[in-house]
Structure formats: structure tokens, C-alpha cells
Design a protein around this ligand. Structure first.
Ligand code: ZN
Length: 319
């Protein structure tokens, strides 16, 4: 860390290649080399989209792929969590319903506007044609608590809150008949988990709850789709190891009486050899360590990130 890093991912301008792959009879994955993924369920009578892409213009590319395999209407959009990069493309699908957990709904109310400004500032490339985003926020039309079951004809789709992790409201989409899971950012693969709004204490147990479903395929929030129980287990283990390693490093620093800046430097050095090759490692680390330090010290719940707080934090840790 000898030269100053440009704020967040403002220097990341390289376009990624999209893969649209079939995981089971009804499930498809739209993935992009570590950029945010979208999961698609094609039921008997309708389509469900989990996580929308960041803008309506970007969602149009998902729709184009969907139309290559079905002409059924997109009835449901599921928000696995509240982050802008996942939700602001929703209007492109003109869905009948937009579904989120009650906890996600509450986070949109509390911090949706701040998060929108913050995320667009952090990572402009991920908001291609940001002018196509309608004013305001993406609002759920249905909010559920803990579990909701949808039927797409004979296909059962479960929306489950298995615990807190990436955010308070994390929801997974589960196809029990095919044992396929769309995890949102609760699980990543070859991509650094963003944990700026996370619950480090809860995340490992939530991953165990995911594993207990015994998925045979999993669409992570970022990275390639995982086909087969071994690949799924590898994704769960790697995500869990990152969270546990970060928490251990931060706890050790706090116990030694170090301040946030010193804890950040030590944690970065500790995790870089094992995880530094994952995409967005340098982007995530300052946010992740700051949140972990908060949780270990005096903030059980994540503090709201604003565009201003983002800059101050970056200046403090990377300036
Ligand atoms: Zn997220």
C-alpha cells in the first residue's frame, strides 16, 4: 500500500463478460466475472427474477437472455437485500410484484436514499446508463417475515430468511424440488464479500443454515454459478472463512488496544495473502474492516453509509 488508492472502485472501468447458464430444469444464472449476478426461475406460467442489476438499461440485457429461453411474463422480482446495485433495475421487468423481507423493507425506509448515493459514487461502472434509473427508490409491493412460498404453476419457490449476514434482511430463493439456491450476497465465489452492512457474529451460522438445505447448485451474489455439492460447499466455506478471518484479525487488534487505522493496516496485511486475488478486495476491505471494528467495539447494528461518510472513511484509512 505504497501509493494512494483511488476512492473505492472509481478506477475500475473494465467491462465484464456475461454468462447465462442453466442450472436445473427451472433455474438460470446470469453471471459476469465477479460483477453482481441475477438469478432467474422459469416456472410453468411465469418468471421470477432475483436481484435486478443496477439500472433498467442493464436489466434489459438480463431480459434479452430470458427471452432467448422463454416468453412467459416476469411476474415476480425478489430483492435478496436492499443494496442499490441489486434493486435499481427493477422497473425494467415491469413485474406484478416486488418482494422483499420485512427487514429489507425497513432498511430501504431507513437508508435507501443514502445507500443509493453512496453506491453510485463508489462504483460508477456498475451503474451503466444510470440516467435510466427512475427517481426515488425501488419499493417492495409485498414484504414477508421469515418465510414465503410462491407457486409458479407446479413449481414451489421458497423465499427464506435464514439469519443475518451480508445485511439484516438477507433473503435466499430456494427451489426445494430441484435443490437450487439463489443466495444473493450472503455467499460469494472468487469475489470478496462486501461486509460494510454486515453482522459478523451471525453470518457464519447463517451459512450453516444454508448448508443444511443441502443445495446441489447455488447462484452466489458475485462469481460463477456453483454446480454440484462440492462446489457449493467450497463457496460456503470460502465465504465463511473470509468472515471468520476478518473478525479474528479485528478482534485481536481491538484487544491489543489498536485504533481503527492500525487495525485496518494489520487486517489488510493478514488477509491479503489468502484473499487478495478475489475481485473487489481493495474496494471492500476499508468498508468491511470499519464495520467489523464497529461491531466489535460499540455498534451492534451497522451505521448508515452516506457518500460523505464513505469519503471520510477512505481518507482516514487510505489517504
Ligand atoms: Zn449487497
Amino acid at each position: 500500500m505504497t501509493e494512494q488508492k483511488q476512492f473505492a472502485s472509481q478506477a475500475d472501468l473494465e467491462e465484464k463478460e456475461v454468462t447465462f447458464s442453466r442450472l436445473s430444469e427451472h433455474a438460470w444464472a446470469y453471471t459476469a466475472e465477479g460483477d453482481p449476478n441475477t438469478g432467474i426461475v422459469v416456472g410453468d406460467d411465469a418468471v421470477l427474477v432475483a436481484d435486478t442489476q443496477a439500472t433498467p438499461a442493464m436489466a434489459q440485457d438480463v431480459l434479452r437472455r430470458i427471452r432467448e429461453v422463454t416468453d412467459k411474463p416476469v411476474k415476480y422480482v425478489v430483492l435478496t437485500h436492499y443494496h442499490a446495485v441489486r434493486v435499481l433495475g427493477a422497473s425494467a421487468y415491469a413485474p406484478q410484484e416486488i418482494i422483499a423481507s420485512r427487514d429489507t423493507y425497513d432498511l430501504i425506509v431507513e437508508r435507501g436514499e443514502a445507500d443509493k448515493a453512496s453506491e453510485i459514487g463508489r462504483f460508477p461502472r456498475l451503474f451503466r446508463n444510470v440516467e435510466t434509473v427512475p427517481p426515488g427508490l425501488t419499493w417492495p409491493t409485498i414484504a414477508f417475515e421469515k418465510k414465503m412460498t410462491l407457486w409458479l404453476g407446479k413449481l414451489e419457490v421458497q423465499l427464506l430468511q435464514l439469519g443475518r449476514g451480508h445485511t439484516k434482511g438477507d433473503t435466499v430463493v430456494w427451489l426445494p424440488q430441484e435443490r437450487v439456491l439463489l443466495s444473493g450476497d450472503l455467499v460469494e465465489f472468487d469475489a470478496t464479500p462486501y461486509a460494510g452492512d454486515a453482522y459478523f457474529k451471525d453470518w457464519p451460522q447463517t451459512l450453516k443454515n444454508v448448508a443444511a438445505l443441502k443445495p446441489v447448485a447455488l447462484v452466489p451474489g458475485r462469481g460463477p454459478a456453483l454446480a454440484g455439492e462440492e462446489r457449493v460447499a467450497a463457496g460456503l466455506a470460502a465465504t465463511g472463512a473470509f468472515i471468520a478471518d476478518m473478525r479474528a484479525a479485528v478482534e485481536a487488534g481491538v484487544a491489543a488496544g489498536k485504533d481503527l487505522n492500525a487495525v485496518y493496516k494489520a487486517t489488510y496485511a493478514a488477509l491479503k495473502p489468502k484473499y487478495g486475488h478475489w475481485v473487489i478486495f481493495d474496494h471492500c476491505m476499508p468498508f468491511d474492516v470499519t464495520r467489523c471494528f464497529d461491531e466489535v467495539t460499540q455498534y451492534p447494528d451497522p451505521r448508515v453509509w452516506t457518500a460523505e461518510r464513505d469519503r471520510q472513511m477512505w481518507e482516514t484509512l487510505e489517504g
